[in-house]
Design a protein around this ligand. Sequence first.
Ligand code: AVJ
Length: 319
Amino acid sequence: MSPFLLTRTLPEDATDAALRADVLHGLTHTPKTLPPKWFYDAHGSELFEQITELPEYYPTRAEREILIDRAGEIAAATGARTLVELGSGSSDKTRHLLDAFTDLALYVPVDVSESALTQAGHALIEERPGLDVHALIADFTGAMTLPETPGPRLLAFLGGTIGNLLPAERATFFAGLRALLSPGDALLLGTDLVKDEQVLVRAYDDAAGVTAAFNKNVLTVVDRELGADFDAGAFDHVALWDADNEWIEMRLRSRTDQTVKIPALDLAVDFTAGEELRTEISAKFRKEGVRSELAAAGLELAHWWTDREGRFALSLSVV
Ligand code: AVJ
């Protein structure tokens, strides 16, 4: 068997059906919304990789610092033989974890981006002879099943992507993760932390405009996949801090009154000048909040590690 296996857990057209449903629902409700998972076509994934290197975007560097410092402790606490990573992207930071696990037999990256999975998977098996990689194209926000793999398993959900879910969605999601874990398995969760508003807003509205391009890329995806005629130049990138909900919101603000046609849905969508389309929430956390959300799903917070500046946290729960 090749050490790299790629499995689509959904039929090829399920992605298309999900996009149609999300666009139809999101653009015919007030306020208009689109889910962030549609940012990540090949170009969007590339833009996100650029974001992780921006001076303003600290979460990736902060999380990498924790992984470098704590990988040994994580490996010792879990003894994992399978590492499952949800939303693995480029698997870049994961290398620090992979290095620390002496008994690891299998890495299971799970992502919606086939291009990211293929690239990362091939690079990893070349770097690490002996490691099997079984990549899954899957939407982890839906019902998930995992292949039979050697235990104990460590389920990692890094990068702060949990913050893309609304609180009620997180509760369902954590309960679903708990159901995937058997005794001895563990969950490693990355969460960005509440901090100074300016620091947060700059991380989502960088001077070079990469995040703006990333945000607008979702319109390009809808144009290409559904034949729509969104003009990305007719929208402005908006990033704001919602202090009540403690989350960053990204929006696209229509510069003019305009109508966008979406032929695949037989739909025309009106925007008034200044109207905003919400494309992402990125919630920021506090330790007690993480503890109680995990507890509500039957998961006990066993370790809490932050970077030296206290910007980002990794939590470990062992079942
Ligand atoms: C990949 C979801 C963790 O919310 O910070 C980066 C995505 N959006 N810049 C985040 C993102 C705008 C990122 N996550």
